[in-house]
Design a protein around this ligand. Sequence first.
Ligand SMILES: [Zn+2]
Length: 350
Amino acid sequence: MRAITVVPGKKDSADLEEFDAPSESEGGVLVETLAVGVCGTDLEIAAGEYGWAPAGHERLVLGHESIGRVRTAPAGSGLSPGDYVVGIVRRPDPVPCYNCAAGEWDFCRNGQYTEHGIKSLDGFMRQQYRAEPDALVKVDSALGELGVLLEPTSVVAKAWEQAELAGKRATWHPKTAVVTGAGPIGLLAALIGVQKGLDVHVFDQVSEGLKPDLVHALGASYHTGPIENSVDEPDIIIECTGVPGLVFDAIEHIGPGGVVCLTGVSPTGRELSIDAGLVNRSMVLANESVVGSVNANRRHYEQAAEALAKAEKNWLTRLITRRVPMEQFASALERQPEDVKVVIQIAEAG
Ligand SMILES: [Zn+2]
């Protein structure tokens, strides 16, 4: 079978190559991959800036945002041939730490977790893979191949959960939410915010085109420019850019008792001048929270599956702006200005 692989740490090493069929030791369920989404992490890995091959291997199969169909599954696994499934990206560390032991690998404490397509486990940009039943999440067949959006949605489902947990320190009736960034993560965060009945405001740099259209189609508001020009004292800010200036803009403008949830991974080494005393003072005096959130555990995948099942299929379809055949993977690994979500088509949907 074929797979898209990279040599982690080596720039421009991505290649489409013949790859061994998945071994039974990878798990009892055989999955045929249909499509795999591309995100910023994949681009970093392809650029040689991130990623680890499995122990004893030079190459890593890329890809962590998958949708596939079960080929064969063991009896009693709860899965049947034809089921649409998504592979959970992160797996618990072998020790395991107490969070991993409790199924909270997204909170792994020792850093020894593994991640398909990123850290020490082959990813999903291959025609078939194997997994244990508990490493797969079943997706509504009505959603079908749009289940490729489940993994990024799981990341924002966790972010919303974390924001709500922080907000519930006291009686809390959030009304207004801000999402910074209208990429796939920001748009999916906005989708969940609207589903929660909040007045959602999305901020991005572009003033026209698909991003504002998708935001308006949700019934949310779209803005460019600083938060304070458009929204007064939001209850929740889901920060999806990791741009240092926007992170502090969010912290500065969150409402009293409000929560800023940070989900963007910033490049390091960029310095910013801030009034640290003012930030501290306003956070303390208004009981504000800032929480970081990364990755997702099974509960978040299940929350994401519910959110996608409730979403308009047409809206989700519009989020996928390019579908690239496996042979043209290189073009999928190059960002284009009109991209929202780019997907590599591994097999044609049946
Ligand atoms: Zn752990």
